[in-house]
Design a protein around this ligand. Structure first.
Ligand code: BDR
Ligand code: CA
Length: 317
């Protein structure tokens, strides 16, 4: 199995990603690290432990990370993810406890201890990852790839042009992009498209097994937009799509493109500027000496393929 670490802000769709990761036989989930984003970091830790317990996952170390972005204040997305940050489903408190080390320490330890290079899957603001890369740059020698959910080629969600995870901590995203490791950007353009049909959501919700039922409840909390599907009960898998892309990279179409984060104050802050001009040399002329990253940007996704992969995995009890 592929050794992976998920860095998340659980989060309804981060929870969907965790359920998938612990149930897919091709993945070895070595750690989960938490960061402020959808809700405050203590809420994220609690939600993460709750999901792992409901899923009946083997003991996975979970660590608390940054409680705010590098230079800004936290701006939660409770209006999307509920008061508890995970859909207010009233789940019992977990018996599991977080690790006694912080997220950056756990990330470093697990990455360097892994017998095979690790794939990092951040599905949240990139604060923990930026701190890791700046504090312990030696970790890059045992990172296979970073597949992150964040950014957008076309339009944003937190602002007209910026996607939430990058917008929440743009400096951290800029540090990630120039880390010098292979990076896949699973951005909003593909993220929003992968939905599970309403009939499947209903079936999951009726499943007596707690982890599978939880996936159904979470999907029911993520109705998809009318421009994506006309099925009113379809549910988006969100962040889980980034984990699908690790298991099944053929499900997305990517192109290696220059990407830069807008750090300027004002309406473009947090935008990912993806350079799709036909002659890449031109971009250098316009960006001067700035470090510019080449990133595998997901431009298309096979929606049915990922929806099937998601369902067949979470329904394995
Ligand atoms: C991202 O922001 C969060 O609300 C979701 O969990 C996802 O990671 C989408 O912009
Ligand atoms: Ca998330």
């Amino acid at each position: 199995p592929i050794p992976v670490i998920i860095d998340c802000d659980t989060g309804v769709d981060d929870a969907l990603a965790l359920l998938f990761a612990v149930r897919h036989p091709g993945l070895d989930l070595r750690a989960v690290t938490c960061v402020a984003g959808n809700t405050d970091v203590d809420g994220v830790v609690l939600n993460t432990l709750t999901v792992l317990e409901q899923a009946g996952a083997p003991e996975v170390p979970v660590a608390r990370g940054a409680d705010r972005p590098l230079i800004e204040f936290s701006r939660s997305a409770r209006h999307v993810h509920g008061e508890d940050g995970m859909g207010d489903l009233g789940l019992p408190a977990p018996r599991r406890r977080p690790a006694d080390v912080d997220a950056v320490t756990l990330l470093r330890r697990e990455i360097l201890a892994s017998p095979r290079p690790v794939t990092l899957i951040p599905t949240a603001p990139l604060t923990n990852i930026a701190l890791l890369l700046r504090t312990h740059p030696e970790v890059t020698r045992n990172i296979e790839r970073i597949v992150f959910m964040g950014g957008a080629v076309a339009c944003g969600n937190a602002t007209p042009v910026a996607e939430f995870n990058v917008w929440h901590d743009p400096e951290a995203a800029a540090i990630l992009l120039t880390a010098g490791v292979p990076i896949t950007m699973y951005g909003l353009d593909v993220f929003q498209r992968v939905v599970v049909p309403g009939t499947d959501v209903r079936r999951l919700r009726e499943n007596p097994e707690p982890g599978t039922r939880l996936a159904g409840e979470l999907l029911a909390h993520r109705p998809s937009a009318p421009d994506i599907t006309t099925d009113p009960e379809a549910g988006g898998i969100g962040d889980a799509g980034a984990v699908c892309a690790v298991v099944d990279p053929g499900g997305i179409t990517t192109r290696l493109l220059p990407v830069e984060v807008s750090l300027a104050p004002g309406p473009t802050r947090g935008q990912t500027l993806v350079d799709r001009r036909p002659r890449p040399g031109e971009s250098e002329l316009h960006t001067g000496t700035r470090e510019q990253a080449l990133v595998d940007v997901a431009l298309d996704v096979d929606v049915e393929r990922f929806a099937k992969l998601y369902l067949s995995t979470v329904e394995r009890a």
